[in-house]
Design a protein around this ligand. Sequence first.
Ligand SMILES: *Cc1c(COP(=O)(O)O)cnc(C)c1O
Length: 418
Amino acid sequence: MEKKPFVTLGQVQEMVKEYPTPFHLYDEKGIRENARKVNQAFAWNKGFKEYFAVKATPNPYLMQILKEEGVGVDCSSYTELYLSDQVGFHGQDIMFSSNVTPAEDFKLASDLDAIINFDDITHLKFYEKIAPFHETMCCRYNPGGDFAIHNQIMYTPKDAKYGMTKEQMKDAFRYMKEKGVKHFGIHAFLASNTITEEYYPKLAKILFELAVEMKNELGVHMAFVNLSGGVGVPYRPEDKPNDIMAIGEGVRKAYEEILVPEGMDDLAIYTEMGRFMLAPYGCLVTQAIHEKHIWKEYIGVDACAANLMRPAIYGAYHHITVLGKEDAPCDHMYDVTGGLCENCDKFAIDRMLPQIEIGDYLVIHDTGAHGFSMGYNYNGKLRSAEILLREDGSTQMIRRAETKEDYFATLDLSAFEK
Ligand SMILES: *Cc1c(COP(=O)(O)O)cnc(C)c1O
């Protein structure tokens, strides 16, 4: 599928008068339409709720938009819980799916009455010293072995640090039942960035069967199954986009097959998508500031891996559009690089693009999730602004760019004053 930016050269030329590049730009319209589609795909399930994985894009303005679309939040740390509370997410609209959890994080999750998802059986006793069990609690499952779809291994749970074995899940549920917990949930995350409509249905089947086993063996009330994240987006033009309606339908079939005959048709489906909710509705806008001709052709841009880490750490593909040259032939091969003193700081390697001139604006696609949020300050690079493109076409700065004062805020430089 052809990848088109949601912004034009003309719009960016207006924006840069107010906000210098680089910046992350988000598309409110796209975010809302997609969130509505997700809710529609699972509308057959009465208790359905998507809990947006805050770590993907922890910006309160974007979280507010999702909130207005009926989405909750999935947090994994103290600061994500704090931010969610500030934005107005309360109680059961917050899922707390953490691992290696510090005591103060559990305490805040409990104080906010979030749904706590235990990553390990040893966390139960750790948690009990800090806070009481709530009426509804959840445990994260690790089935071990390999996770495959059509004999293709997608993930190896046996090597993953997350979750509990089945026996541990049962012990945990038994223990919490004794302590008065009334409703239980199970959660698992078995593959990341899947571009197949079979991932959720296959995971759902595993978790539904486990839910039946738990109910029958332990006599507990299974309140929900949390399918977590992992639904992918088409980063590459040749990737086939996931049809969320087909995914919802696949999960419904497994539900009808496994849960309904057991009388478990009050069980709610939860999801914790990050990437699918936001990645395509964000982009990194950057300007070509240098060109270099040595053994290869380089275009140097004003963004770097500190603004978008995925290409550097995973070799991840992010599509690039040169604004204003959407229809020009891609007859030049470039490495598009940032300025970090690391050779992996390349947004594209051997990429065929239209001829790029200094001053051209480049859109790096699909940075709406796991983009800004993975940023860092290596080489003294400062984090960029985040800008929201509103549905009416106006723009709003939803996070200002860092300044050198932010960078030095944790140092007392006065001790070095001359
Ligand atoms: C990262 C994460 C998610 C979101 O994953 P995506 O691939 O962005 O959908 C959901 N749940 C948990 C527990 C996670 O760690």
